[in-house]
Design a protein around this ligand. Structure first.
Ligand SMILES: [Zn+2]
Length: 420
């Protein structure tokens, strides 16, 4: 039996149906944390506490993370990845399928579920693959996998063949599941490592053109319209992607999309030749970033996901050309977006909560519950130091940044999973 813990909230604000209400002197009772994966040596007592001058949000929901287990334990584990999620204010994360074994059969996704049940500190919703082994040649058994997965995704790779994607959409639709697409036309890649823009030209690096992303999105939007499949686009990064999705939404296509904090706050005039600026899709040009913000404001972009993608230090130490693609994001997402977008008056705090906590749950069919909560001190300032992270990944473009917004507490199903 876990102990109960009383938390008194003084002079706080709580998000309530699209607005903030004052909370002063309210006492809430939570199940006390039994084990703090972020600080395993620290013994957590269940002494009652009070929290003042903080904001209470519905805990966040990230529909795109890479937890790397089973298969790549040296990069991340379910335990460390969900500890990072708890530390970032998340109660729900959706784990991508580029694992070993790939969750393309009931048995293989079962192996992931066994670890989730044993080690996860927040709720994990695994995706099943669209194609066997993510190889793009043979579809998975949608019927068999549907009860065990949140949706179907080959994230990390685009489904190259049009007929294969159309069949996947029909298969997913028949079992009432969503297709979550990483859009990337491999015939346009040419070994690119960063955006095909000014930085690439100035440094003689091979570029990744914008069309490799938006061209495949445009194809999929036609297929989604034709099949009626629920369709979600991962990590959009280009201005053209925003435009084609906006247009598809206007004609009633069943589509949603996400972008990530780094695409909304960085452009290729701000990057360096270091692995911590390398991810897929790449950080694009200033005009793309501006279009993404516009898309966020007008509702074309429904949600912000992190694409948390940890790698080992060695894998990220090979510069822009040689490093693996992917950066971590769970522990900095809120503070980056709050500091760069809310504090600068670009979006409201209410909007940020909507795209981090409300819209993802609406689209992916999860309830918004009162006993999932995160508490942030928005006045607290800190400098991002990856050595403090709970994730095994240390590579982030926000390394050394001064940010506002520290998570004081995360509660999942009425239980404290993180406290600071
Ligand atoms: Zn992806």
């Amino acid at each position: 039996m876990s102990k109960r813990m009383q938390v008194t909230f003084e002079k706080c604000k709580r998000y309530d149906n699209g607005r903030f209400v004052s909370v002063d002197g309210t006492q809430l009772s939570f199940a006390a944390m039994t084990y703090d994966a972020a600080n395993p040596s620290q013994q957590n007592d269940a002494a009652d506490i009070s929290i003042s001058n903080c904001y209470m949000f519905p805990a966040f929901c990230d529909v795109h993370v890479h937890l790397r287990e089973p298969g790549f334990f040296y990069k991340e584990s379910i335990a460390t990845g969900t500890a990072a999620a708890a530390r970032g204010g998340y109660a729900d994360v959706f784990s991508m399928a580029n694992l070993d074994p790939v969750p393309d059969t009931v048995e293989n996704i079962g192996a992931q579920w066994d670890i989730i049940k044993r080690d996860a500190t927040v709720r994990v919703h695994p995706y099943a693959a669209i194609t066997m082994g993510l190889a793009g040649r043979e579809l998975v058994d949608f019927d068999a996998l549907a009860p065990l997965c949140a949706g179907f995704s080959d994230d990390g790779k685009g489904v190259q063949q049009d007929a294969m994607m159309e069949a996947a959409m029909r298969g997913a639709k028949a079992v009432g599941k969503i297709i979550v697409a990483h859009c990337e036309d491999e015939s346009l890649l040419h070994g690119g490592c960063i955006h095909d823009g000014e930085f690439a030209a100035a440094h003689g690096l091979p570029g990744i053109c914008s069309e490799s992303e938006w061209g495949q999105i445009a194809r999929d939007l036609k297929l989604a319209e034709k099949t009626g499949c629920a369709y979600h686009v991962c990590h959009i990064s280009t201005k053209e992607s925003v435009a084609v999705i906006r247009e598809a939404k206007a004609r009633g296509v069943n589509v949603t999309c996400e972008t990530a904090p780094h695409y909304l706050t960085l452009d290729d005039s701000m990057i360096e030749d270091h692995g911590r600026f390398k991810m897929n899709p790449p950080i694009r040009a200033a005009a793309d970033r501006e279009a993404l913000i516009e898309g966020l404001l007008d509702g074309t972009i429904d949600m912000i996901a992190t694409d948390h993608a940890p790698h080992s230090a060695e894998e990220k130490a090979q510069g822009l050309l040689g490093s693996r693609m992917g950066v971590v994001g769970l522990e900095t997402a809120f503070a980056v977006l709050y500091t760069e977008l809310v504090k600068k008056g670009i979006i409201s705090l209410e909007k940020l909560v909507e795209v981090m906590a409300i819209n993802p749950r609406k689209r992916f069919g999860l309830p918004i519950k009162d006993d999932d909560l995160c508490v942030f001190d928005l006045d607290a300032q800190y400098i991002v130091n990856p050595e403090d992270f709970a994730t095994k990944g240390r590579s982030t473009p926000f390394d050394g940044r001064e940010l506002f917004g520290i998570c004081r507490m995360t509660v999942v199903d009425g239980k404290i999973v993180y406290k600071n």
